[in-house]
Ligand binder design. Structure first.
Ligand code: C2E
Ligand code: CA
Ligand code: CA
Ligand code: CA
Length: 274
């Protein structure tokens, strides 16, 4: 399945690239994706490097379309964002994740947390925080079981951003800053906003045991997170040597192909929940 998925992805990249006509075609298919049950949420475990335990997962959206095959979120999220479809899709993902948390809580797994990616447009909608709060209530989920991942690009330097983040904080969800280090003004955001977790972008983790610049940047971010009392997650960890390096500099958590690719829920349950 993995191989077919990747082949589909390659075909899409080469044949479809992002000309306007193809984007429009993709958009029209995407419009019906939810009702046709073509969207599915995969999960990737995050490993605690001290205890080797897993108690959190990142939800990553997948689109399995009969015409295009598996379309990567890197390709369809921008189109969804552009067309406004991301709002509907974002609501859907949030609901799936809350349902999943409910199911786990019923089965006695109460300490599990799921992180959801929030697009900039979704984050900026009028009632985003309220929607999150309502969804948690609807499924009776403890707010600390849900994490929202927001990229630096969504966190513009405005009072609007501050207000939304404060509302989320009041609700009690965990707030993480995604792709940390790839945007601008990251440091002032850390000072201004009520952030709980920093996710170090995978470009800084690549060959960290050999690449002196990556090593210096990652170490500095980890130290910064510690000094500010924030949790830190290294993304895109693919090799044993990267894990060893991260353990050596006291990075709390790691996520990446070395541990597991994002996988369907039944595989998560089989591998980690019994
Ligand atoms: P992201 O949030 O930075 O997610 C991390 C991406 O890195 C994921 O790609 C994940 O599959 C991939 N990844 C994880 N471990 C490794 C590794 O060891 N090596 C490498 N090379 N890659 C790794 P994916 O699933 O294709 O998602 C791409 C982007 O699409 C995400 O980047 C996120 O920005 C967006 N996305 C995915 N799901 C959602 C969603 O539900 N809502 C929104 N708004 N955006 C989403
Ligand atoms: Ca993310
Ligand atoms: Ca990321
Ligand atoms: Ca990213």
């Amino acid at each position: 399945v993995k191989e077919r998925g990747r082949a589909g992805y390659r075909f899409f990249k080469e044949e479809m690239n992002s000309s306007f006509a193809n984007d429009a075609l993709l958009e029209s298919h995407l419009r019906r994706a939810i009702e046709l049950n073509e969207l599915v949420v995969f999960y990737q475990p995050q490993v605690d490097l001290r205890s080797n335990q897993i108690n959190s997962f990142e939800a990553l959206l997948r689109w399995n379309n009969p015409t295009f095959g598996f379309v990567s979120p890197a390709n369809f999220i921008p189109i969804a964002e552009e067309s406004g479809l991301i709002l509907q899709i974002g609501d859907w993902v949030l609901e799936q994740v809350c349902k999943q948390l409910r199911d786990w809580q019923n089965k006695g797994f109460r300490q599990v947390r799921i992180a959801v990616n929030i697009s900039p447009k979704q984050f900026k909608t009028e009632c985003f925080a309220k929607k999150v709060g309502d969804m948690l209530k609807k499924y009776g989920i403890h707010s600390s079981s849900l994490e929202v991942e927001i990229t630096e690009s969504a966190m513009t330097n405005t009072s609007e951003t501050l207000n939304i983040l404060k509302e989320l904080k009041n609700i009690g969800v965990v707030i993480s800053i995604d792709d940390f280090g790839t945007g601008y003004s990251s440091l002032s955001y850390l000072k201004r906003y009520p952030i709980d977790i920093i996710k170090i972008d995978q470009t800084f983790i690549r060959d960290i045991e050999l690449d002196e610049k990556n090593a210096a940047i990652a170490k500095t971010i980890i130290q910064l997170a510690h000094n500010l009392g924030l949790e830190v997650v290294a993304e895109g960890v693919e090799k044993n040597q990267e894990v060893d390096f991260l353990k050596g500099v006291n990075c709390q958590k790691a996520q990446g192909y070395f541990f597991s690719r994002p996988i369907p829920i039944h595989e998560i349950v089989e591998n980690y929940m019994n």
